[in-house]
Structures are given as C-alpha cells and as structure tokens.
Ligand binder design. Sequence first.
Ligand code: ADP
Ligand code: MG
Length: 349
Amino acid sequence: MSAINIDNVVKNYGSLRVLHGLDLDIKEGEFVSLLGPSGCGKSTLLYCVAGLEEINGGRILFDDRDIAGLNSRERNVALVFQDYALYPHMTVRDNIAFPLRRQKLDKETVKGQVTWASETLGLSELLDRMPSDLSGGQRQRVAVGRAIVRNPTALLMDEPLSNLDAALRVHMRTEIKRLSRELGLTVLFVTHDQEEAMVMSDRIAVLSNGHLQQFGEPMEIYRNPANRFVAEFIGSPKMNMITSADQKGVLLGLRPHDLTPSTQQDDQDAFELTGELALIEPAGPQFFLDVIVNGEMIKATTDDIGSFTTGSEIKLSVPAYRVYRFDAGTGDALSGTSISAASRKNTKP
Ligand code: ADP
Ligand code: MG
C-alpha cells in the first residue's frame, strides 16, 4: 500500500476546467472519501489517480514518487466501479484469479491468493458459481476480491454501493470498512452520499465544482464546517439557515438534531425560536418537526412528541455553542460559534 499525494492537480476536458488545482495528502492505510454532488469532479479525480485520465497540471505522487510516466497497469491500483463488471462467462474463482493470471503468476501462487481473498470475503462456498447465480452483495464482494487479490498500491472505488438496496448498502459499508482496516488498505472512495462518507471514512474530502471545500475527519467536518456549502451538504435533515436578526450579513446555521422543543423558561445559554408547528414526521428513533418561524420552514427534531399537535405554537431551542455563523456573501464560516445575548432572544412568529 502507498501514500498518495495529490498536488495542485488541474484537469480540463477541452475548454472546460473540471479540477481547479486540488491538493490532498492521503496517508498509507487511510480510508479517504471524495464526497460531493453529481458533476463536481469526484470520478475525474479518481481516474486521474488510476491513470485512466491525464492531468493538465500539478502532480500525483505514490510514496513520494511522481507517477506521471506510469500507465494504469504500472500504477497497480485496483478499481471497483458501480457496475461490478464481472466476466459473466467465468466462475467466481476465475473472476478473482483473472488479474493474477494476466500477470502470468504460477499456479500455486494464484491458488493461494484466491483462497486467501475468498476466505477474507466469505466467498469460499461460492467459488464455482457463475456471476448470474449470485446476489448483488455477493457480486460486489467478488469485485472487491478481484481488486485486492494482487496486493494493489491502493483501492479506488467509484460509488461501489449505489446499485445495492438500502439494507445491503448499509451492510456492505461495514464490510468494506472492516476489510480495509484488516488489510491496511489505502482507499479512495467516491460517493455522493454524505452518511456513507461519514460512517466509512478516516477523512472526507468535500468537493464542489472541482474545488476542495474541506478535508478532515467526519466529526470535525460535521461540527466545524468550513463554509455554508459543507454545512448544508453534511448532515440529514440538512442544516437550517436563518438571517441573523442583529448582525448584518450573517447567516445562522442550526442543525435539526441540535434544535429541539424547549421546556425551560428563558434559558440564558440557549438560542430560542418560536413558531407554529406545521408538520410532525415520524422517523423511527425520532420525530422531525416542521416549524414555521417568521414565514420560513425550520426543521427540528424531538425524541418525544408529548402533547404537541400541528397548528399549535412551539418554542425551539439550541445551545448557543451549537449555533453556526456564516458570512452571507461568501458563505465562509465565521470564527467562533458564540452569539450575542441579544440575538439569543427570539423573534416571534
Ligand atoms: P462526479 O463523478 O463528481 O459526478 P465527474 O468527474 O464525472 O463528476 O464529472 C465532472 C465534470 O466533468 C462534469 O461537468 C462532467 O460533465 C465533466 N466530464 C466528465 N467526463 C467528461 C468527458 N470525458 N468529457 C467532457 N466532460 C466530462
Ligand atoms: Mg462520478
């Protein structure tokens, strides 16, 4: 496994600039997600690392070695795509063995590696099956087996779980994360699903329009978003944004999970809002509340719906230290999350 250093990488498709000088330092054995909306350049960056696309500026280093001169095979990275691209006419065994046979390794080595990969992935019982006789999750595992069997420098995955149904997707997250830990894999994992990135990654690189917005550990990004884009992209339901009543040009960000019905009278350390409860959405462990405050819909959560009914007045509160502040013009996070005493007091509906 290698460390991967992405240094000021630029990528153009014709006159369209898709990557605008990206920097990322990925440590050996680290699981890094590239996260962002469709079209932001995630796959393009992955293909540049894999050697499937050439870069137009900057450098990519594997363990401090510039890989510009190496073709895709020489880089020895393993790629797993959304459609597993298994060979339909080959058994599971032959699919997994394929990259080794192409390297013309001897039979014993191939057999040993296939046994190791299939045991690691729980595929030992399925080696003689054809891909058409496997479930979606099993096919995904074969694709991972084929990827790791030749000890690649890195495992690059492009939305590998998107085609699976919801329950299997959650299961495979755990499996892939466990495997990458066990084997010490350097993983670059593309996803547009913020929850997937949160639960799987050591660090997340959030991209927008080919620009890196933030690179950090999941909870750091969740709790200290660098800007409004990251704040709204990470977390579900997404962060509420309201205009600060007493600071011009400032937006206040309130996470629904931090914003709950208030029972206390005039809590000095809380930021409070009063509005009309418009909708109650049962969401399993919690309820989502849609509350109209000053004509705007604000989302809050509660564990216990108590005696709340739609149409009634409701007071919401969030600890003052959990109020995020952003420059309304640039979207940049403003340092410190503390807010003035005046702005803690609410605005009636
Ligand atoms: P993502 O994987 O984040 O959805 P992509 O990396 O696939 O985004 O695409 C980034 C941008 O580059 C998009 O605007 C897309 O239309 C454009 N793009 C991707 N591949 C090509 C290509 N081969 N030729 C021209 N434009 C492309
Ligand atoms: Mg893509």
